[in-house]
Design a protein around this ligand. Structure first.
Ligand code: ADP
Ligand code: MG
Length: 725
């Protein structure tokens, strides 16, 4: 008997070698294998007779191979195979299919599935590019019987056939998966406990786990094909809900646990309010006021704050962060502000100095490039409690700093951090807390800032462990950025425009896409373009180059020159995406804009329009533009609203890509899809909260314990996080 946790290599027919291929697909256990769902289904319930085929329909035909061969036409080789049922004959063709040359032997029984079309010469129906499976060989007199038997027991014919993505460069075919998964199902232990509490099961009408596994791989011939394709059969719903439920259960638990720890209840009286008012160089927007209120009321509670501050680039998060910092500092606590890069840390440092100057708070900067003696000195100040606001890069603050009395950690993400990555990060900031002098037992508050608008539905998952505040309003007086797309054949006009802007005292970015797989090439393009702009097009202007391969000193130096206005045109790869604030830059030219993702385009555009002057984003396009590319460019021209952009981006790319799969720390789902399954996700969150509200008449203690145990095992296995719960 196979247990869900049994290694796949023990499923008959797999073994250690194939198990390795499966491991690369994330399939390690029997359970993983059974969660490897078909990406589509084919209706082969009713094999058709050749004589009744109509052109335009999809059909399954079971017939005997008569002959086959490769034909070369002027345009491409075409492989042709004729199969028959009695006297009827049916031709199938495959384009460019030289690999089929020796595939078929006359007399073989074969199942074909594909689109019926009319042959343009003979007018007869034919199958174009059908999928096929050889069901049996006919070699002697008893052949027909044997073949028929095979048909009967075949996993492909007379049923709705699941189609799996193949693995191992095609070695493990959809057919192989069908066979292996069937074997696994046949040998699966009969007593699978359902980890979902009965109350939840009932409310959602969920079928049992075992039944779901069978039905999803082995649908009943009567099952609705469209429900199957849409992953909306009871079997799919059961499996999807289960996955989301245990994700949300972990997140909810994490949230409860955080709330249960002792935090710091900061004093918030008129004196503090006065101190905050004093620093404001402008009237805060209504949105800024609202989020500050949310943050402040968290900070007043003696429970650790875990709050996400979301707001589009330029929406004014920084000042809100400083306001929060003042609340902590006024109460005698230290604040750590962590930025993703040194440039940004420096930028935060300068604005902190500017904004907090008059108030007398002691602000320090701690970066890797400082001399060691200097760093030691600053660390001592931090340990002794002399430094109040400590600004640095994540790496630096996380690892080596001991605080005297840390009250608030502000994490400026800029990049999208998924929930998992943040768990790790918070654990570290917890460590920071732990290294605070032993006299401090309370957990510091944590405020995470992100410049990436996250569609609301997704925030539920990604930030399920955090409370969310959103700044959904731009500071007044912003002139909306004008965005235009223009073919690169008209680049002369663009450069003319750039020249005018520079003459008017402004600065310009010119950005080249660096796409991972051809980074080298793109880099060359940027360097080449830099030379072209510097020497030929703008010989009289100050043009500089910035890209990721430059060493960080040089990068910093270039960025600083640009900030000081000593560079007119900065040619860059996407390294400038990070939030550097140069109010005087009014033009962003993006070359090959069709190659960028939508959110990335929006982030790049966010580098301009930071001052009072009118700003322009020019999307230059070259070559062929895909349909999605058109939609992206179109959206950019149409709207400046980061949330709208994010929603569309998510729709176009799917969650994995949207968050840049690997770095995102986004839980990768086996069966769920965050866009398709929004409603199930909401239900999962609701039910997870209900379960954690404790035992009642509806749910027993042992059910809760079982669910939590299952959740922990799952989190550990899938997300590599042991410490949850
Ligand atoms: P974010 O970090 O959200 O991208 P910033 O905090 O850097 O945005 O703010 C962008 C710019 O807007 C800064 O120059 C800041 O001084 C200015 N700003 C922020 N809030 C206001 C406001 N309420 N009124 C006027 N200007 C503001
Ligand atoms: Mg910022």
């Amino acid at each position: 008997m196979l247990e869900p946790a049994t290694s796949v290599q023990y499923v008959k027919g797999i073994g250690p070698r194939l198990a390795e291929i499966l491991a690369a697909k994330g399939i390690h256990t029997v359970d993983d294998l059974l969660h490897y769902l078909p990406f589509r289904y084919e209706d082969r319930v009713n094999p058709r007779s050749i004589s009744e085929l109509r052109s335009g329909e999809m059909a399954t035909v079971i017939a005997e191979v008569r002959n086959s061969g490769l034909f070369r036409t002027r345009r491409m080789p075409i492989f042709q195979m004729t199969a028959g049922q009695g006297r009827s004959r049916l031709k199938s063709i495959w384009f460019n299919a030289t690999y089929l040359r020796d595939k078929f032997k006359p007399g073989q029984m074969i199942a074909l599935y594909g689109k019926v079309e009319q042959d343009q010469y003979s007018g007869e129906p034919q199958l174009v590019q059908p999928q096929f499976e050889i069901i049996g060989d006919s070699t002697d007199d008893g052949a027909t019987d044997a073949a028929e038997q095979k048909v009967a027991s075949s996993l492909e014919v007379g049923r709705i056939v699941p189609i799996y993505e193949s693995a191992g460069q095609g070695r493990l075919t959809p057919r192989w998966f069908r066979r292996i998964i069937r074997t696994a199902l046949d040998n699966l232990t009969p007593d699978l406990t359902d980890p979902i509490p009965a109350m939840v099961r009932q409310r959602l009408g969920l079928i049992a786990p075992r039944e779901a596994l069978w039905e999803v791989h082995w649908p009943d011939p009567g099952e609705s094909l469209s429900d199957l394709q849409a992953s909306r059969t009871p079997a799919h719903i059961r499996m999807i809900f289960e996955e989301l439920f245990f994700l949300e259960l972990g997140l909810e638990l994490k949230r409860c646990e955080q709330k249960a720890q002792t935090g710091i209840g900061f004093k918030l009286d008129d004196r503090v309010r006065e101190a905050i008012k004093k620093i404001l160089p402008f009237h805060p927007t209504a949105a800024q006021k609202r989020v500050l209120k949310e943050i402040a009321s968290d900070m007043e509670q003696p429970v650790p704050m875990r709050r996400l501050l979301q707001g589009d680039v330029g929406s004014g998060k920084t000042i809100v962060a400083f306001e929060a910092a003042i609340i902590a500092m006024e109460d005698g606590f230290q604040v750590a502000l962590m930025a993703p890069t040194e440039i940004l840390a420096q930028q935060h440092y300068f604005s902190a100095r500017r904004i907090l100057e008059a108030t007398g708070y002691r602000v320090v900067l701690l970066t890797g490039s400082m001399e060691d003696a200097r760093k030691r000195d600053i660390r001592r100040h931090i340990a002794q409690g002399n430094a109040q606001l400590i600004i640095g890069t994540h790496a630096l603050i996380e690892q080596k700093v001991e605080f005297a009395k840390l009250g608030l950690v502000i994490v400026d993400e800029q990049h999208r951090f998924g929930v998992l990555q943040r768990f790790k990060l918070m654990k570290k900031s917890g460590d920071v807390g732990a290294r605070v002098s032993t006299a401090q037992t309370a957990e510091p508050d944590v405020l995470v800032m992100t410049a990436t608008p996250i569609p609301r539905t997704l925030a539920l998952t990604l930030y399920g462990d955090l409370d969310v505040s959103v700044i959904d309003e731009m500071p007044p007086g912003r002139v909306p950025i004008i965005t235009r797309r223009i073919s690169d054949e008209r680049s002369a006009e663009v450069w003319e425009f750039v020249r005018k802007q520079v003459a008017a005292g402004h600065q310009v970015y010119v950005v080249y896409p660096v796409i991972e797989e051809s980074e080298e090439k793109e880099l060359k393009a940027a360097i080449k373009m830099y030379k072209e702009l510097d020497q030929r097009i703008f010989p009289d202007l100050r043009v500089s180059l910035l890209h990721g391969r430059l060493d960080s000193d040089l990068k910093d130096q270039t960025m600083r020159l640009f900030q000081k206005g000593e560079i007119d045109v900065l040619v860059a790869t996407t390294v400038i995406e990070v939030g550097v604030d140069v109010a005087n830059a009014t033009v962003m030219v993006i070359e090959h804009a069709e190659r960028f993702g939508l959110s990335q385009l929006h982030q790049l555009r966010g580098r301009i329009g930071r001052g009072a002057a009118k700003s322009y984003c020019v999307l230059m396009t070259g070559g062929k533009i895909s349909e999605d590319g058109e939609r992206r460019l179109d959206a950019m021209v149409r709207t400046n609203d980061g949330f709208q952009i994010a929603e569309l981006d998510l729709e176009l790319r799917g969650p994995g890509e949207f968050f840049g799969t690997r770095q995102a720390g986004l839980p990768s789902f086996q069966v769920a899809n965050l866009i398709r399954d929004r409603q199930l996700l909401e239900a999962a969150k609701r039910e997870a909260a209900a379960v954690l509200s404790g035992p009642s008449e509806e749910i027993s203690k042992s059910e809760i314990a079982l669910a939590l145990r299952h959740m922990r095992a799952r989190w550990q296995r899938t997300y590599g996080l042991v410490e949850v719960g």
